[in-house]
Design a protein around this ligand. Structure first.
Ligand code: GUN
Ligand code: FE
Length: 422
């Protein structure tokens, strides 16, 4: 009965990208972790359910972070004066080297997981580092936390610092060990995680592709984030017509569910491949600003019906808050519309909400909506500390204020698949 209850509150969701649905003072009924529906009064058949009284507070679906590096959380909010490749070499790789030490990993991942629990995220697709032991530490903390996550042991067998390089055979073997040692877990599942093409040899990528298909595992990586990166991939993969095509030829493209982060500079044939092959795009607006990567054209992908969700990309992005990612997605799309292409319409709050909940959630199953049979991922917001004289604000306006004024520390309660984390 623990995952069976009714939440009373101001319920809000974004079932379609154009529309935020508002249910002031209503009841969300959950049976054994699954949504029964939203009701204006409690149907008699549920009258014996435990009531979770969140009257006056916004109750929304949990958000899905499609792209975050747990191993970069310790330097969030710092060191962002360079573009991607220099940033990786000067800051990111030296920090990730430290995860060779299990004690360091325990301290760092404890902080990351504790903060993720307090965030609006209920599902996440996460990069760890190349290190098997440390990645298992992260996975076990997440498993115990109740958050549902895909965790990737990162693969890197070329073009890294000396302290962050793997032998190709060892990289594959450690990935297999990680998969075996997390088999049967409840909340954490492995995801195949070649860092990006410059970090992985063709042989390793092809072997990882076979592993993904054999074990039915999803794949995550980075695509067309930065102009110098794209030029480098052209040199590394003369056989390929685009960066996407380079992944495709190595088997790491849509054979199993696939997330590609960024896609800032994807054009033409690469866009077609993203759409045709149902690749999940993780749009990471804060990171793309911080690393001067560019302003991705989220409008184009959204209107084309692509699976485009949001990611925080910590530590390219500063914050773990997917509420902030929603606000950032709207803001950068306005810059794109005004500075790059005046014919574009900026994203709306409803669209950003839909991307963060429904589209991102679909990578994890029936997640991101309060529809019958969907998994009950619930976030209750705390709007205190942002006082206003205005009265009778709509639920959407209240959500917008939290997104823009209180994206950190706004979560009062959170449930994942009907299990309350706090
Ligand atoms: N491309 C390859 N590795 C990384 C990373 O750690 N962060 C970002 N933003 N892009 C990458
Ligand atoms: Fe990233």
């Amino acid at each position: 009965m623990e995952r069976t209850f009714i939440v009373r509150g101001d319920i809000i969701q974004a079932p379609e990208k154009e529309r935020i649905e508002e249910h002031g003072d209503s009841y969300l009924v959950v049976t054994d972790g699954l949504v029964e529906g939203i009701f204006s009064s409690i149907p008699s058949r549920f009258s014996h359910y435990r009531l979770v009284d969140c009257r006056g507070h916004i109750v929304m679906p949990g958000l899905s972070d499609l792209h975050v590096h747990a191993s970069q959380y310790q330097f969030r909010g710092m060191w962002m004066d360079e573009e991607l490749i220099d940033w990786l070499n000067r800051h990111t790789f030296p920090e990730e080297e430290k995860y060779r030490d299990r004690d360091y990993a325990e301290r760092a991942y404890r902080i990351f997981v504790d903060d993720l629990v307090r965030s609006p995220t209920t599902r996440a697709s996460i990069f760890a580092t190349i290190h098997l032991d440390s990645t298992l530490v992260l996975a076990s903390y997440l498993e115990d936390s109740g958050i549902k996550a895909y965790v990737g042991k990162v693969n890197m067998d070329r073009n890294s610092t000396a302290g962050l390089s793997e032998d190709s055979a060892q990289s594959l073997e450690d990935t297999q060990s990680f998969i075996e040692r997390t088999e049967g877990w409840t909340n954490v599942r492995p995801i195949i995680t070649p860092r990006f093409i410059p970090s992985c040899t063709d042989g390793l990528m092809k072997a990882l592709a076979r592993l993904a298909v054999d074990r039915g595992l999803p794949v995550q990586s980075h695509l067309s984030e930065n102009r110098s990166e794209i030029e480098w991939v052209k040199e590394l993969c003369p056989d390929s017509t685009s960066y996407a095509d380079a992944y495709r030829r190595r088997g790491l493209w849509g054979a199993t569910p696939t997330i590609m982060a960024h896609c800032v500079h994807s054009t033409g044939r690469e866009e077609d491949l993203l759409a045709m092959d149902g690749i999940f795009i993780a749009h990471c607006p804060d990171s793309n600003a911080n690393l001067s990567s560019g302003i991705m054209d989220a409008r184009r992908y959204l209107d084309a019906g692509c699976r485009i969700g949001l990611g925080t990309d910590v530590a390219g992005g500063c914050s773990l808050s997917m509420l902030r990612a929603m606000g950032d997605a709207v803001r950068v799309s306005k810059l794109r519309a005004s500075c790059v292409d005046p014919s574009l319409k900026a994203l709306t709050l409803a669209e950003a909400f839909h991307m963060a909940s429904v589209i991102g959630g679909s990578f994890f199953g029936k997640v991101g909506l309060f529809e019958p049979g969907w998994e009950a991922d619930i976030v209750v917001l705390d709007e205190s500390g942002i006082a206003t004289t205005l009265e009778d604000l709509s639920l959407s306006a209240r959500l917008e204020r939290v997104v823009n004024l209180k994206s950190e520390g706004a979560v009062m309660h959170k449930a994942v698949c009907g299990r309350w984390l706090f």
